[in-house]
Design a protein around this ligand. Structure first.
Ligand code: NAP
Length: 326
């Protein structure tokens, strides 16, 4: 039973696959597998353990007619053609929950970093420009007590809201369907349509998946609705934001700053973005803690092995559709 693992994973995860009888073709390097390597090595695979850097589409499925399970190492699955996999009877799985806290922590790290100019301050201090303390020197924006707008109120959005309570923030959220009033009260949040949320928030944090409906959800018009003193935080997916419009808005002072973990054409940055002082730019590390990446590997392996054994994987995106075809 050939299994292609497209990324270097913790040793323990690969060992588990081998102990379960899989013939593992593992990618031994930290850099992602490129397209040519993926297409060549997926041939003959029954199982695939892949990541966000692999585009899993018809071409991949055509190369591996025996493929039965595509186990994604991550929660977002916009890089996988789940509909096509379903038509071919291929199970697709992901790793929700285990990365929620790490990603919510990072969203909060970006909120604090942009508001208090943490990275800019570090740059100044290292370059010898910390020469004095003064009442009006290097002022940032207060986070405590401000309004946070959360766009996409799922697992990570709710985890960000929990953290905001510790900062006495008012939390607005937008979702396709508002929560029950009682649930809103329990969480200390209030529903607001996107336009109202954008206009009222001091920090707007994005937590929607990338879908045809959320691509460029935040464009020039939406950015123009934000307060000039507000910050945009994106730890969701780059294409949710029109990055060119964001650069123009930041240049023109339309909003005060942005904290980004993800980019529209990753790993490329839109020209001009890296020249701005009022942005903090991270290299897509939302889930990148030792603890979380270890749990993600365990979950992806469990999903893969359960699917290969013909059982319902714990986190399967298309079980109902595929189960009849197997
Ligand atoms: P989730 O629990 O599925 O939450 C997503 C929420 O967005 C759901 O409540 C969904 O509502 C809502 N939503 C979908 N389309 C919407 C729309 N058009 N307008 C408003 N709300 C909409 O997913 P999660 O675990 O929180 O993860 C969210 C995303 O974060 C992932 O898809 C992934 O892309 C990203 N992520 C990034 C990193 C990183 O490294 N930076 C790490 C982990 C995750 P419904 O219930 O109505 O669908």
């Amino acid at each position: 039973m050939k299994v292609l693992v497209t990324a270097k994973l913790p040793d323990e995860a690969v060992r588990k696959l081998i102990l379960a009888g899989c013939d593992v073709d593992g990618h031994g390097e930290v850099r992602p597998m490129n397209r040519e390597e993926l297409l060549a090595r997926v041939e003959g695979a029954e199982g695939l353990l892949c990541t966000i850097t692999d585009r899993i589409d018809r071409e991949v499925f055509d190369k591996a007619p025996g493929l039965r399970v595509a186990a994604n190492y991550g929660v977002g699955f916009d890089h996988i053609d789940v509909a096509e996999a379903g038509r071919r009877g291929i199970l697709v799985t992901n790793t929700p929950d285990v990365l929620t806290d790490a990603t919510a922590d990072l969203a909060f790290a970006l909120i604090l970093a942009v508001a208090r100019r943490v990275v800019e301050g570090d740059r100044r201090t290292r370059s010898g420009q910390f020469r004095f303390w003064a009442p009006l020197h290097f002022l940032g924006t207060e986070v405590s007590g401000k309004t946070l707008g959360i766009v996409g109120f799922g697992r990570i959005g709710k985890a960000v809201a929990r953290r905001a309570r510790g900062f006495d923030m008012q939390v607005l959220y937008t979702a396709r369907k508002p929560l029950e009033k009682r649930e809103e009260e329990r969480l200390g949040v209030r529903f607001a349509p996107l336009e109202e949320l954008l206009a009222q928030s001091d920090f707007v944090s994005l937590h929607v998946p990338l879908t045809p409906q959320t691509r460029h959800l935040i464009g020039a018009r939406e950015l123009s609705l934000m307060k000039p003193s507000a910050f945009l935080i994106n730890t969701a997916r780059g294409p949710v934001v029109d990055e060119k419009a964001l650069v123009e808005t930041l240049r023109g002072g339309g909003i005060r700053g942005a904290g980004l973990d993800v980019y529209e054409n990753e790993p490329e940055l839109t020209p001009g973005l890296a020249d701005l002082q009022n942005v903090v730019l991270l290299p897509h590390v939302g889930s990148a803690t030792v603890e979380t990446r270890t749990r993600m590997a365990e979950m992806a392996v469990e999903n893969l092995l359960e699917g290969l054994a013909g059982r319902r994987p714990p986190h399967c995106l298309n079980w109902e559709e595929v189960k009849g075809k197997r």
